[in-house]
Structures are given as C-alpha cells and as structure tokens.
Design a protein around this ligand. Structure first.
Ligand SMILES: Nc1ncnc2c1ncn2[C@@H]1O[C@H](CSCC[C@H]([NH3+])C(=O)O)[C@@H](O)[C@H]1O
Length: 340
C-alpha cells in the first residue's frame, strides 16, 4: 500500500508545476552527453562545452540547473556527477538507462503529454489517438520505442523468472512481447522454454535482431499481427502479457483474460505485468502517472488495480491467483494457473 503524500505549501505545488523543467534539464544533459563527460572526473563548464555541442555560457546554465536538481554536484571550481548520475546515466555503465529516458521518454512520451487535456476531455482529434498499431506502422517510431523498451525490460524479465516457476513450461506465448526482452530473459533462465511473440510487424523486425544477437532464433519466433484482431497461435502452456493492458482500450481487457484461459493447456500459467495502482487509489505515484501518460495517447485506456486484474482472472477460472510487486513503486505482476 502506498500512503499518498498530502501537500501543505505553495512550494510543494511549485515543485510539481515546474517539474517539467527538471525533466527537460535531465534529457538535454543526456542528449549532450554531459554525464558521460563528467564520469569519474571534475570539469569546468568550458571543458564540458569543449566535449559537447554546448557553448560555455549555456553549459554553465545547464550545469547549474543539474546541480540544483542534485544530478550533478560542485567540486571546487568544477562540476562532477552525483552517485546516481554516475551509476545510472553514464553511457556503457551496467545500469545505464539514459537511452531509455532520451528516446522513449523525451522524444515519444513527453510530446504526447501536450495533448493530455484534450485526451481527458475526450476532444482529441482522430489522428492524435495513437493505437500502438497506427503508431508503429511507422517503422522509425517502432524502432525508437522498441529499442529503449528492450533495455528497460531485460531486468524485469529476470525478476519474473524468479517470481514464477516456469520449469515445466515448454511453450510460452508472449502477447505484445515487443522486442522479446521478457522472452529472452525467460528462455535464458529456463533452457526447456520456447516462445512465440505476437506483436506488430515493425516491432517484430526490430526484435529479430535482438533475438539473433542472443543466439535464440531457434527458440523465440514471431507471429506478426494484432492481438485484438488476429488469431493467436493455438495451445501454449504459459501466456504472458507485459505492458499490454496499458496500451489497449480498457474494454478489451476482460476478453484478453478469457482468451488466455481458452488458449492455455490445462495446468498452464497466465502472467500479467503492468502499471497497476492500489485498490485505495492512493498510488504508487509512478504507476498512477504512467496510467495518465497512456491516457494521453490512448484515451480509452483503463486505470487498472491489481485486484481488478486478479478478479478478472478468477472470474475466468484461474486458480492460485497471486499478486506481486515487480518494479518497486511502479509495476505489479498478477499470475495464476488454469486448473489441470
Ligand atoms: N493490439 C496489439 N497487438 C499486438 N501487440 C500489441 C497490441 N497493442 C500493443 N501491442 C504491443 O505491446 C507492446 C507494449 S511495450 C511492452 C513490450 C514487452 N511486452 C515488454 O514488456 O517489454 C508494444 O510492443 C506494442 O506493439
């Protein structure tokens, strides 16, 4: 349960209202490679300017903002990375997620937020409503999104492999599986596993590259298509839907749960991973905000709770339905078993 913060002051409101300036400072610094330049050293603004596409005056302005945000810190006359920036924003570091922020968040999610008001009021123009199908019919958009999503999902895929025992599963169906990050992590953890990914054709093209790079092309294959319209591969002993519910119209979710029940072999496992808020609707904050973000381009999206998902699964006949937190403060996993 997340107890929501209850604000008292005007400054608290300003922090939210002006938060977008901080987001942009972070994205601009990533685009200009500032954190990589400052990695394990202290530089003057002129030296940052020299190593980037900034000039000294503007490098000073940006470094000052980054310092005020705590992403960077002063060190004598110069600037250096905070421990968080050093660990998570420097290119090539093990836990670097800078490209995910730069590509998916800054270039794709941020612009969608400018249409949130219209989305909430139901006045979005037809062409602003971006089902993933239309959005990803543009190969470049599909690539930009999927490349960064891939990096973000490999870790959660490893967590899933530990949370659910898939040792007796032979055939996984990864619906909306994207570039296969979950399938790759699960196949690495379970040598007897094979996966079929159902996703749009342009996503499949990007995914094939990742799968070949892992040498898993014999175990992970694509069936390109639309999960809401096209036939699914018959008979799987596990079905996974990770971040599918947040991208489809809310009204289609119950049908996806029932269809998973029909597709699974007896004893099969169904897993749903997504942004889910608590039943109390107090948070977690990032789950609630991500649901709002999805509404900006998919106004028919539903703000789901984990108990809504577990209820649908139980109504469809799933047993031993279990809820676990996956990405702390952000996503949940609900899984259950089809009776043998
Ligand atoms: N109707 C649909 N049919 C097939 N795939 C879809 C549909 N709607 C959304 N998707 C895909 O769902 C994915 C959401 S992103 C999540 C990718 C992956 N499951 C992961 O967790 O990393 C994108 O790759 C979309 O193309």
């Amino acid at each position: 349960m997340s107890a929501a913060k209850c604000l008292e002051s005007a400054e608290d409101i300003s922090d939210i209202a002006f938060g977008f300036m901080g987001s942009k400072a972070l994205f601009s610094a990533l685009n200009s490679d500032v954190f990589s330049l400052l990695s394990e050293k202290t530089l003057l603004p002129s030296e940052v300017a020299e190593g980037s596409n900034l000039d000294t005056e503007r490098a000073t302005t940006l470094l000052t903002a980054l310092t005020a945000l705590g992403l960077v810190r002063r060190d004598g006359d110069g600037f250096t990375n905070s421990p968080a920036a050093e660990a998570f924003l420097v290119k090539g570091k093990k836990y670097d997620f800078g490209d995910y922020l730069r590509f998916q968040i800054d270039r794709q999610m941020y612009p969608f937020m400018t249409q949130l008001n219209d989305a909430l009021e139901g006045t979005l123009e037809e062409e602003q409503v971006a089902s993933y199908e239309e959005w990803f019919s543009d190969a470049q958009e599909a690539e930009l999104y999927s490349q960064s999503q891939h990096a973000g999902s490999l870790g959660p895929g490893r967590s899933l492999a530990k949370l659910v025992d898939l040792s007796s599963v032979r055939k996984l169906l990864d619906i909306g599986g994207g570039t296969g990050a979950f399938s790759i992590s699960l196949c690495k953890a379970y040598p007897g596993l094979r996966s079929t990914i159902l996703d749009f054709p342009n996503v499949a093209e990007v995914g094939k590259g990742f799968i070949e790079a892992e040498g898993l092309e014999n175990r992970i294959t694509y069936q390109p298509g639309n999960a809401l319209k096209d036939t699914w591969p018959a008979q799987a002993d596990a079905v996974l839907m990770s971040y599918l519910f947040s991208g489809v119209p809310g009204a289609s979710i119950p049908g996806l749960v029932r269809k998973s029940m029909d597709t699974l072999t007896p004893g099969g496992t169904y897993m749903v991973h997504d942004f889910m808020v608590d039943e109390s609707r107090e948070g977690p904050k990032l789950a609630a905000l991500w649901q709002l973000q999805h509404t900006a381009f998919n106004p028919e999206a539903k703000s789901i709770t984990s108990t809504y998902v577990s209820g649908l699964m139980e109504a469809a006949g799933f047993k031993d339905v279990t809820i676990k937190e996956m990405i702390p403060g952000m996503t949940s996993l609900v899984f259950g078993r089809k009776p043998a």
